[in-house]
Each structure stands twice: as C-alpha cells, then as structure tokens.
Design a protein around this ligand. Structure first.
Ligand code: ZN
Length: 119
C-alpha cells in the first residue's frame, strides 16, 4: 500500500496552497456587528483567525463604530478651523495684551523721535 499512498499524495501537489478551495470548504468566519453613533449597523465577516478590531469606520457615514451598541464611539469633533486671530486672543491674557499695547506705543514714540512722520 506504500506505493498507492505515494501516488495519492503526489496527485494533491498543485491542487492549491492549502487545498481548501479544491474541497469547497469556506474558511470559518466570525460575524461582528459594529454600531456607529449615526445609528448604522455594520456587519463585518472576519476570518476566525483574524484579530477583530475594536472599532470600525462606518461605511455609510464614516463615523467610528464599535461593537457596543449602547455606547457607540462619539463622532469626532468637527470644530471650525480657528483663525489665527482667534487663537491669539484665546492665548493672550489681558496683561499680555497691555504689554503688547505698551510695546506698540513705545515703538510709535521712538518713530516720532526719529522724525518718521506717520501721523
Ligand atoms: Zn454610520
């Protein structure tokens, strides 16, 4: 029987990397449902061996979705881009604003002294 066994083994070479496709066996899958804060439900089929990610971008609205239907991830804040001036105003205290005013005034005085007639 040793000879027959070798013949069978030989015939399987080249049937496929793993042979599953030839036998028609679907790889085992795990279905994971993700919920986004937009109320969408997304079913993703992962291979059993795959590491299931904790979050998944909703294919319908692009929001992050999680497996917890009760606590979908919050939508990322979409704050309007702050203007540079708004950013500066927020950062500077009143004291700093006074310093800046003083600096501007001293510059103005220096210019007047040097005879640079702006006003
Ligand atoms: Zn969504």
């Amino acid at each position: 029987m040793a000879g027959a066994g070798n013949a069978i083994r030989g015939s399987r070479i080249g049937a496929g990397p793993m042979g599953e496709a030839e036998r028609g066996e679907a790889a085992p899958r795990q279905n994971v449902t993700y919920f986004c804060s937009g109320g969408h439900r997304t079913l993703i089929a992962f291979a059993v061996e795959a590491v299931v990610p904790e979050s998944w971008d909703c294919p319908r609205c692009g929001l992050p979705a999680s497996m917890d239907s009760e606590n979908p991830p919050p939508a990322p804040k979409t704050e309007p881009y702050k203007t540079h001036l708004a950013y500066v105003k927020e950062r500077r205290s009143d004291a700093e604003a006074k310093d800046i005013l003083e600096e501007a005034l001293s510059t103005l005085r220096a210019r007047r002294k040097s005879g640079d007639l702006i006003f």
